[in-house]
Design a protein around this ligand. Sequence first.
Ligand SMILES: [Zn+2]
Length: 594
Amino acid sequence: MNAYTFRIAQPETRRIEVELSVEARGASELDVRLPVWTPGSYLVREHQRHVDGLNARGDDGRELPVEKVDKSTWRVTVSGARTVRIAYRLHCFELTVRTNHVDATHAFLNPSAAAIFVVGREREPCSVRLQMPESWRAWVALPFSDGLYAAQDYDELADSPFELGTEGSHTSHTFTAQGVPHELVVWGRGDFDPRRVIPDIIKIIDAEAAIFGGLPYGDSYLFILHLNDKGRGGLEHRRSCALLVPRFSFVQKSPYEDFLLLVAHEYFHLWNVKRLRPAAFTPYDWTRENHTRLLWAMEGLTSTYEVMALRRAGLVTPQRFLEIWAERCTQLLRTPGRLRMSLSQASFDAWIKHYRPDESTQNTTVSYYLKGSVVGFLLDLELRRRSGGARSLDDLVRVLFEKHRHPPGLPEDGVEKAAIELLGGETGLHEWFQRALHSTHELQLDEALAAVGLRAVQQPAKNADDKGGAAEEAPDPSAQPRGWLGTTVREKSGALEITAVAEGSPAQLIGIAAGDEVAALDGFRTELKQRLNRAQPGQTVRLSLFRMDELLEVAVQLAPAPRDTVTFVSEAKASPEQLASRERWLGAAWPARQ
Ligand SMILES: [Zn+2]
């Protein structure tokens, strides 16, 4: 038994003490290790950075020699002791879903970032004793008896975050969904309203359970929700999830839609990645990057289903559903890196690309969340089209779950194989997968959209806020494009700071780069952004900009805005079969019947 104690004596110091007690079993040395990463978040974070004063003692209290042998491993010389107690302090000051955070009101502990393990004993049961202030209580998805939380092995412990704290700084809400008890615990204040949120979460649970014919657990599930000033994130676990959103996410339409998408996303991971997981993760290697080309399927398809679940739960209209997809297609067309890196390669390089973005990211890589979700959206339509409406993405994820949910897990080509099998061995799909996953060619939207009598019109953005959308009729093709500089900016004390420059844009060709601050346009600093947005193609604008504190003048001729904005429109010649497929797909007629 690996017996842990998490001791929170002075939470205001932002740290805890961790102790692990193990039997030596005659070993002369024990290697103990803390993972360098947290599953679900594909970055080597080196959690060891937050450990200090690691020491070991034998049963008689005698201190045992400890030597650090690599960045994540300590070697304890047992010196004949029968049991060994290893203790250390852990600094907990990073409020994200995959790290540890402690203050006077709560502690959020991710065991993958907090609890060391003895190398070679990962498969053995673990227990956790909590020592914390008297007024505190605990929320964690592990069974509890005789003062101990039990995990069947280190994997399960690592996958079970602890939320601890006073009742006063948390609100807890219990409810039943699919006949199973669920709990939502909220830390932090804001405009959270359980009367609105809980019924919507139940609808999401029902919509996703319907795909797989029920829930993959039978006893209970825990949502841990943190409200904070700016961050957003989620992390999936087998019996719980951690969600982090801005405090005021629950009243206004757009932040609330974002929150619901996050819930639907993390919940879908219960099936996809927490049970159906790449063979490359079986078992996890805790010492280094775990490469797979399947993150597009794990994160991308999950991002497809976050939108599908909201539609099926009735939480977005058919109009909004189509808008979300048109917006994602638009976002993809505004990512020049889609032509540089394939989806499978972007999955593989997540560790050094997606999780470590910089000013060149949009030009050199593509998000496997974004492109993966669009590929999932198109794959659903392709399966419907090629099977005459008999098959859909639901069938594919269900088959994958049934077939690969147990070790050794999903092989790298498993999704394609299962899709081809689903269509009775149709080989045409192979080329489709090659193009979508392994090439940098543009995705073919219209071919898939034809399944439901839609087409995608690509036009220049109408204005700076135009993110794409869905309309009954095609937008005016004669509309003049606006002038385009090709920069992404953020406002910074009256100036515009360049954060990224698009590949091949006028800005890039003239040498404008991230970090430059535009202070004036044609000699004036008034309404900088608005005037730049109103400028015409072919017009030459004079930018006064600071680069490393030096004032420079740059004249740049604007290009016509690229045709990077997608509007889904109804195909005028759509057949009755296509219209019927569309209605089945959307769960309602679109456009709504008069
Ligand atoms: Zn995810």
